[in-house]
Each structure stands twice: as C-alpha cells, then as structure tokens.
Design a protein around this ligand. Structure first.
Ligand code: SF4
Length: 398
C-alpha cells in the first residue's frame, strides 16, 4: 500500500462520534427487552427478542469507521464504493452526512472513475474486488478499509485453494458484493478458478456434472455469470475447495460441502479425495449466532415471528427462512411495513417482491418473536415494537 494513505484501524475518534451513533441507532425499547431477559408482556402481547440479533461486530466497526472518517476529513469529498451494509436507513444516514455512493444498488452511480486524488474512499464491510482495489490505488486517493475480519478469513481460504490448484466453489450469491470480492481473489493465481452456487439445487447440477451425468451445455448456461471466464467443467471440477459467503444458511452450506465431497468420491474414489476435495466453513460467528438464536427463540413458543432488516440483506433473509419453517414469519424492512390496522407488507422467503397480508396479528393473547439481521440498527427494531404495541392501544414501557 505504499504511496497512498491506507487506514484499516479507524482514527481513534470513538468518543467524538459516540453521541452521533447513539442518536442515530440506539433504542430504549431494545434496552428494556434485553434487560427483561428478552421478554416483555404488555396488553396481551408477549414480545420475545432473540438473544443474538441486529448489528454484528463487522457492521459496528464499518459504521463507526464511516462516522470517524467524516469527522476526520470534514472538508474532503468522501465516497463509499457502494452500500456500506445492506440497510436502507444506515445508507440514507451516510448520504445525509454528505458521503457519496460510487455504485448504487440498482447498478447506477458514477463509478470509481469519479474518484479524485484528494478524495477519501471508504471500502464497505463486504470488501471490494481485486480489480476495484487496483483501480482505487491507481487514483492515489485516501482509502479507509472497513472490510470485516471474517470476510478476510474467507479470502485467505480461497487464496489457499487457488494457490494449490483447487477451484473455489463458493456457496453464495454471485451478484453479492462479498462474493464478487471473494471470487476475484482466484484471479491472482495462475489458472485460478471459481464457481458460485446459490443452493442445493445448483449444487446438484454441479454434482451431476462431476459424475458425468449432466449436460455440459446446461451447466454452462446455468452458471454463465457465476464462474470464471473460460471455465471448463471437464477440467475445473476435478479439484474443488468449498467456502461460503459469510452470511449463508449454515445448515445448507454443510450439506453443500457433503454433496460435493460425495460426488468427487463417486467419480474418483475415496483414495483420491485428499487430492481432490477441501472444505472450510467460512460462515462467520455472528451469522451462526443469530441463526442459532432464532431456533432458541422459536423454542420459547412464539405464535408468529417478525424479522426486521433490508430485503437485500442475505443474513436477514436467512433468519426469516429459518423461522418460517416453524411459525408464520413476516420479514419486513421497517416500521413502514405495518400498513395500517391489520395489514402488513412483507417479503416471503424466496419471493421476488413484497406481498401484503391482512389480519396478521390475531386477536387475544399473542406471542411475537422478534429478530433482526446483522445490518439492522436497534432503533429500527424499537420502532416496530412500539408500533405493534400501538396496534393494541398500548404504549411499550421504557
Ligand atoms: S455478517 Fe459476519 S462477515 Fe458480515 S460484517 Fe457481520 S461479522 Fe462480518
């Protein structure tokens, strides 16, 4: 990183930005729920809050660094390469602070070319691709890197796979910023290859191809956007190292590892597996803790679950997926989704768009489970709780 100013450890301004962070994201309602063993009853409603929820260590750090950066460079133009995390309110707040977005979630935005040598660029918790990093270095700007340590850990493993001649098979979403950054690591190694699989179905297709049962043209059609340029399934599926986007469903990631291991064993035999298969569980501990906490909360017997967080947040979506297996689950982006008495706008797991449900809150005593993704600030959770209490004509006690 010689020649450019590169900051990775913040600016030691926690005290200075503390009041602003508290004003923007703190919730007394969430504090009250935590202090009451994550359970509060009011007017026939029982709220159960998951024991792990909301901002994770990586998001806390990224948001803090962004606030510190604004404080440290009050007169400079500050950019973010894209959303710092997948929460619309946090991104909107950063815009209000004058931070510009080089790439919008709809693909628009001025791009990295808009960065001048005097500018400051914040890299998000997801990290950026190797190519983007090279472009930014070439612009000579100040870089503030908030890439989460757990993402760096995935990169380390993918680097190892690639250096040893293994194709990195990444369980993730190929268009997600983190997975794009992770996949780009493979290009640093001669012959390095990646393939991104979204779920079990896609992994099944990969396994069919490994077992030579599949149609190669079908494979390339399905994965055209999700593999390295020039990917040759006949060659590049011979040695595979499995990793994950940090926020995937951990149970599915483990299944995917096993599916690939069995397919390679069937094709090449048990004795060859050490030379052909590697796996490393790179789900981050914050994701795992939040997924485990949803199961624990469901064990406490809610009638329904409300999951709060951005619709484009992978870890929030997976919390909703886990809860929806057991109880009616409403994934909402924020309090605005409580659309008048009896109506809720929400996103069903796997659906492309929002749906509306009437009479979602039953009459009489009801127990509501609550959780929120790693990118959801506490005040957004508190607003939802207060609004649900209001539907029953009650004020949440704080
Ligand atoms: S979800 Fe995990 S990898 Fe992502 S920022 Fe949080 S701790 Fe880091």
């Amino acid at each position: 990183m010689s020649g450019i100013a590169y900051y990775q450890r913040g600016f030691g301004l926690k005290e200075a930005i503390g009041p602003a962070l508290k004003a923007d994201y703190h919730s007394r309602i969430v504090d009250r729920l935590k202090a009451s063993d994550h359970r509060v009853e009011i007017s026939g409603l029982t709220f159960l809050l998951a024991r792990e929820f909301g901002f994770c260590y990586g998001v806390d750090r990224a948001v803090e660094y962004a606030y510190e950066t604004r404080h440290r460079f009050p007169d400079r133009t500050i950019h973010l390469t894209g959303e710092i995390i997948h929460n619309p309110h946090v991104n909107a707040r950063l815009r209000e602070m004058g931070i510009r977005f080089l790439r919008e979630s709809d693909g628009g935005g001025p791009g990295l070319e808009a960065v001048g040598p005097e500018d400051v660029v914040i890299l998000p918790a997801f990290g950026v691709t190797v190519g983007e990093m090279e472009m930014l270095r070439a612009r000579g700007c100040i870089l503030v890197d908030t890439t989460c340590g757990s993402v760096l850990n995935v990169w380390k493993n993918v680097d190892r796979f690639s250096a040893a001649g293994f194709t990195a098979l990444i369980h993730g979403k190929y268009s997600h910023e983190e997975t794009r950054a992770t996949a780009s690591r493979t290009g640093q190694h001669p012959g390095g290859r990646y393939l991104v699989v979204r779920d079990r179905d896609e992994t099944g297709l990969v396994c069919d191809t490994i077992r030579m049962q599949g149609d190669a043209s079908l494979f390339l059609g399905r994965f055209a956007k999700a593999c390295s340029p020039g990917f040759d399934p006949d060659v590049d599926l011979g040695r595979i190292g499995v990793a994950n986007q940090t926020t995937m469903l951990s149970s599915e990631s483990l299944e995917i590892q096993e599916m690939v291991r069995l397919a390679l064993r069937d094709r090449y035999g048990e004795a060859e597996l050490p030379q052909r298969f590697r796996a490393f569980d790179t789900i981050c501990s914050a994701t795992q803790d939040r997924q485990d906490a949803v199961l624990e909360m469901i064990g406490r017997g809610p009638d329904l679950v409300v999951v709060i967080g951005g619709y484009n947040s992978s870890n929030t979506t997976n919390l909703a997926a886990i809860a929806s297996r057991s109880v009616p689950t409403y994934h909402i982006e924020d309090v605005g989704c409580l659309d008048g008495p009896g109506l809720i706008r929400h996103k069903l797991f796997g659906a492309a768009s929002e749906t509306s449900t009437r009479d979602w809150l039953p009459d009489g005593p009801v127990t509501i489970g609550l959780t929120a993704g790693a990118s959801t600030p506490n005040n957004k959770i508190g607003e939802v709780v207060a609004a649900i209490a209001t539907l029953r004509g009650a004020a949440f006690p704080v």
